[in-house]
Write a protein that binds this ligand. Structure first.
Ligand SMILES: [Zn+2]
Length: 177
C-alpha cells in the first residue's frame, strides 16, 4: 500500500514536471511570434508608396506632378526653397520621407535648393541619367520614386564636395520647433 502511494506521488510529480516543460516551450514559441511581428512592422514601415497617375494628380499641384512624376525641372530662381534658410527638415512632397537637413543646405548660386548630403543615404536613390545629351546622376525618393533633381560633384568648399541640386516642387519643409 505504502509503495503504491509513493509511486502515485512520483507519477504526479512526473506529470507536473512534464506540464511545466511544455508550458516553458509554449512561452518560448510565443516569444518568437512576438519577434516576427516586430519584423513585420519594420517591413511595413519601409514599404514603397505606389499610386496611380490619377491619385498623384489629385494629391499634387500641376507643377509638383510635372517635376516629381514626369522629371521636369523648376525654372531656376523661382522655387519656394531656393532662398529659404529656416532650420528644419526638408521632406519629399510626394510621400513625406525626410530627405535633407537644413544644416546641409548651402548657397550654390545655381538657382535651385542645394544640399551637400542627404539625411540618410537609404532614403535617396541615385541613378545615371543620360537624357538631354548629358551624363548626370538623377536623385529619386527611395520610397515613392519621385524625381527630386540631380547630384553633381561641384559642391566646392562643402564637407562632401557634392551638390544635390533639388527642385523646390519636390520638397516640403518641417520647421524645427
Ligand atoms: Zn517620396
Amino acid at each position: 500500500m505504502k509503495y503504491i502511494k509513493s509511486q502515485s506521488i512520483f507519477t504526479a510529480l512526473f506529470f507536473t514536471v512534464l506540464v511545466f516543460v511544455q508550458c516553458s516551450n509554449t512561452a518560448n514559441t510565443n516569444g518568437k511570434v512576438t519577434l516576427l511581428s516586430n519584423n513585420d512592422t519594420i517591413k511595413k514601415d519601409t514599404m514603397k508608396v505606389i499610386k496611380t497617375d490619377a491619385e498623384w494628380k489629385e494629391q499634387l499641384s500641376p507643377q509638383e506632378y510635372k517635376v516629381l512624376r514626369e522629371k521636369a525641372t523648376d525654372r531656376p530662381f523661382t522655387g519656394e526653397y531656393e532662398n529659404h534658410w529656416d532650420s528644419g527638415i526638408y521632406v519629399c512632397k510626394g510621400c513625406g520621407t525626410e530627405l535633407f537637413r537644413s544644416e546641409t543646405k548651402f548657397d550654390a548660386g545655381c538657382g535651385w535648393p542645394s544640399f551637400y548630403e542627404g539625411l540618410d543615404s537609404s532614403k535617396i536613390t541615385e541613378v545615371v541619367d543620360i537624357s538631354m545629351g548629358m551624363r548626370r546622376v538623377e536623385v529619386l525618393c527611395s520610397k515613392c520614386g519621385g524625381h527630386l533633381g540631380h547630384v553633381f560633384t561641384d559642391g566646392f568648399g562643402t564637407p562632401t564636395g557634392l551638390r544635390y541640386c533639388i527642385n523646390s516642387s519636390s520638397l516640403g519643409f518641417k520647421k524645427k520647433e
